[in-house]
Ligand binder design. Sequence first.
Ligand code: TIU
Length: 222
Amino acid sequence: MPTIRAEPYEFNLEPKSAALLIIDMQRDFLEPGGFGEMLGNDVSQLRGAIEPNRRLLAAWRAAGLFALHTREGHRADLSDLQPAKKIRGRSKTAIGDPGPMGRILVRGEAGHDIIPELYPAPGEPVIDKPGKGAFYATDLEAILKHRGIKQLVVTGVTTEVCVNTTVREANDRGFDCFVPADCVGSYFPEFQEMGLKMIKAQGGIFGWVGQGSDVIEAIKAG
Ligand code: TIU
């Protein structure tokens, strides 16, 4: 069983019962003109997470391991969009409004899709989620249980919002979560730091934090 350097202590990866869960690496969060920018964010802050994710996903695939992707977004008729989420922020534009990449945060639009660098391969499930957590109102838990998955390597954006919410949901459902710090991104450096600290504090209250390069080494060796 490969051992990976981590905080608060080493993580024992069991590759056959582990999944790589890449959260919301969508154009809507990483490119100008989408949901992330609509919320007032500098989307360039997230781009540093792309290359470490690309390397990890390539190694994960090469080892024949199981990977999944999530996308935050809503039905075209917005019937799954809570009124509170639609009006929060008092932005001039809202979810469902037209933008340069199509309707903002709507399934099937160009902006909603995953960035080309990390595009899902055949056989890698894509979980469409209406909320921040990947377990809420999705079939993620059923898919993981059917595959016998017990550990999750959770990457993507943003560290303190959808990654943290998903790690907390997963932890309460009995999954061990490892978060590679270089493979998650935030619009806010201080939230990147604190979002990771919250996971690994108190003896790993929600999980482990380490580096994607160490995961790559472990699966290559294993
Ligand atoms: N705003 C923000 O930081 N994130 C989100 O709205 N969704 C995700 O984190 N995917």
